[in-house]
Design a protein around this ligand. Sequence first.
Ligand SMILES: [Zn+2]
Length: 146
Amino acid sequence: MTGPRWEARWHYEIRDLASLPPVRDWLRQARRRLRPRRDCCRYHRVDWHAVSAAAIRIALQAQPSGTPPEDAAGAITPASCGLDGEDIEALGDLLTPENGIQVDDDDPHAQHVYEGRHRVTAMRDAGVRRTVILRPELIEVSGDPR
Ligand SMILES: [Zn+2]
């Protein structure tokens, strides 16, 4: 006799950067004291225009076909997305549950980005307008099949 079990089912959501909550980015504040913005870190070297465009394309293909984000992210290859190096790594992270950007904005008075804050900063710095975030939906999984 076990109680209900819960599982997160993930799905992609395409969002305007402008619609995401503001980010308090401590890493950026610390680093900018030391170095100019463009050399900040590996996230600031990623081509977020190309990465976000590829992510949006993959999310738009995955959703109508019912492909879960885990599988869509696992299927990325240099040939399928046209990226390599740090860019393809960034794309993989962006599209993988738990590594993607996650936002809690259900309550309009308590909205925040709780995963991917520095990536949001880097995208905003690069002037990217839209990207893909991941949203979990909790599903009750029955432990007793009939
Ligand atoms: Zn940075």
